[in-house]
Ligand binder design. Structure first.
Ligand code: F6P
Length: 518
């Protein structure tokens, strides 16, 4: 891990020169090299990454890989997986990967093997979720639970909420709800239709000090106590936290507390007991599949040379646009309504992690770091913001995420969905020439309007896109997908020489809100 200014490396200088010397024109690049797609596509199991529609050549990739090597990315990855305290500002290890590592390898933090703690918590998640799903554990009036309410915010909400929605196809009879915002109306709306006798609250807060979560849990407690006696709280409230004292003070039974560890950051925590509502919603075996999928990507990230390493390559492409093309953003476009909450999750992951302007040495950076991540599901977004990407003035690299087959087997719909998926990328890459517009207008009987309409109907093209294609939306594949973005984020952080794992920018807002409230 080389804690140096990346712009001072030889590779950076070479990339700068290469950027000025060689401008890739996608149409030409594909015409000149019929193997381009094959040469720039990379596969891991059901997961494929096609980089061919990006403004790169194989030389660009080589130079970017050179930059990763010069910044000692390999060493940084080793340090992360070994449990070294790479979150140096908070003096913490970063080991979310350990939560999904089912090997027998020793994982140590502060010279202590943490494997047994992880297994113990996983066993607790398994046994608790099984008992709730089967109805063995019941509410205060003897009825089985029907509804789960997850109360938490940021990493204690976005991850579980995104995965519960993503895996809706695999869900059981329990209905899962999420309360996060400090918007009393929203909390009231959720509780309005629930029955205290059959509702289980899962309170997730790493610190158990977050204003939103504490307010919402007190609100839920009040609502519950309107119909149930205080002693029944222990049957209906469970907590996931590192702050055992605060949770006990609140009245949650010790045996209903699921541990968290400070070596797992909030936005990387869905793999821990923070994912309890996922296990409740889709069952423990599906939760385990999710972890196994993430582990598949972890092992790939850790062991694969950079020239075939999916998260590393995608991260480098992001750096190429951000730091050389000076593009300020990346759009994430999943073609699946199940991935409705994927973009907000990725926003926290990438923007909270890499929204930093001070480097690992405490110096103000003089180059661009984390970029704006945004997006929405296709095809809805085609009828909303895609116009700006196609014909606007900004360069917005896009990431299209799709699945080869649908879950319910509605082939007719799925073919149309995927036709749109590919059509957008084609339009972005190749655009529409004057000649084609001319011909189309003529064929449509609008020859008299050619002069007027022609400039408006021309698409410049040469807009970059990346294709992420998975076979099917399964828990395993979703695990791979999330882990892919986690490692992409880390790779970019290493290259930018920043700490991906603190979030002091958010802490300030929390502090001030409490002051102003006072
Ligand atoms: O948004 C900042 C943050 O610290 C996130 O990193 C975290 O996921 C969230 O607040 C919630 O914090 P907690 O889990 O401690 O309530």
């Amino acid at each position: 891990m080389k804690k140096i200014n990346p712009t001072k490396t030889n590779s950076w200088q070479k990339l700068k020169k290469h950027f000025l010397d060689e401008k890739v024109v996608l149409k030409k690049a594909f015409q000149e090299n019929p193997n381009r797609k094959k040469e720039l596509s990379f596969v891991l199991d059901d997961f494929s990454l096609d980089l061919s529609k990006n403004l790169i050549s194989s030389k660009t990739l080589d130079l970017l890989i050179g930059l990763a090597e010069e910044m000692q990315l390999k060493n940084a990855i080793e340090k992360q997986f070994k449990g070294e305290k790479i979150n140096h500002t908070e003096n913490r290890a970063v080991l979310h990967t350990a939560l999904r590592d089912f090997s027998n390898n020793k994982i140590t933090v502060n010279k202590k093997n943490i494997r047994s703690e992880i297994t113990e918590t996983l066993n607790k998640i398994e046994s608790f979720s099984k008992k709730i799903i089967s109805g063995e554990l019941k509410g205060y009036s003897g009825k089985a639970f029907t509804d789960i309410v997850n109360i938490g915010i940021g990493g204690s909400d976005l991850g579980p909420k995104m995965v519960v929605q993503a895996l809706k196809y695999y869900k059981n009879h329990l209905n899962t709800h999420f309360i996060s915002n400090i918007d009393g109306d929203h909390s009231a709306e959720i509780l309005k239709n629930l029955n205290t006798e059959t509702t289980l609250f899962v309170v997730v807060s790493k610190t158990f000090t977050t204003q939103e979560t504490l307010s919402n849990v007190n609100f839920a407690k009040k609502w519950f106590l309107k119909s149930a006696p205080e002693k029944e709280i222990k049957k209906h409230f469970v907590a996931v936290s590192t702050n055992i004292n605060k949770v006990t003070e609140f009245g949650i039974d010790n045996k209903n507390i699921f541990t968290m560890w400070n070596w797992v950051g909030g936005r990387y925590s869905l793999w821990s007991a923070v994912g309890l509502s996922i296990a409740l919603s889709v069952g423990f075996s599906n939760f385990k599949e999710l972890l196994k999928g993430a582990n598949k990507m972890d092992v790939h990230f850790k062991n694969t040379p950079f020239n075939e390493n999916l998260p590393v390559l995608d991260a480098l492409i992001g750096i190429w646009y951000n730091n050389f093309y000076h593009s300020e953003t990346e759009a994430i476009l999943p073609y699946s309504q199940y991935l409705e909450y994927f973009v907000p999750f990725i926003q926290q992951l990438m923007m909270e992690s890499n929204g930093k302007s001070v480097d690992n040495n405490g110096e103000k950076v003089n180059y661009q770091t984390g970029y704006v991540v945004w997006g929405n599901t296709g095809t809805n977004m085609q009828h909303a913001f895609m116009q700006l990407i196609h014909q606007g003035t900004k360069l917005i690299p896009t990431q299209f995420i799709g699945f080869k087959s649908s879950l319910y087997g509605n082939e007719n719909h799925h073919k149309k969905l995927m036709a749109n998926f590919y059509a957008q990328q084609e339009a972005l890459a190749y655009g529409k020439t004057k000649e084609k517009v001319h011909l189309d207008l003529k064929l449509n009987g609008q020859a008299d309007k050619i002069e007027k309409l022609l400039p408006f109907k021309v698409f410049d093209g040469n807009k970059p896109s990346t294709t992420i294609l998975l076979e099917k939306l399964t828990p395993f594949n979703i695990g791979m997908l999330i882990s892919f973005y986690e490692h992409k984020t880390f790779t970019q952080g290493v290259i930018w020489n920043i700490n991906c794992f603190d979030q002091y920018g958010v802490e300030l807002g929390k502090e001030l809100a409490n002051k102003i409230l006072g």
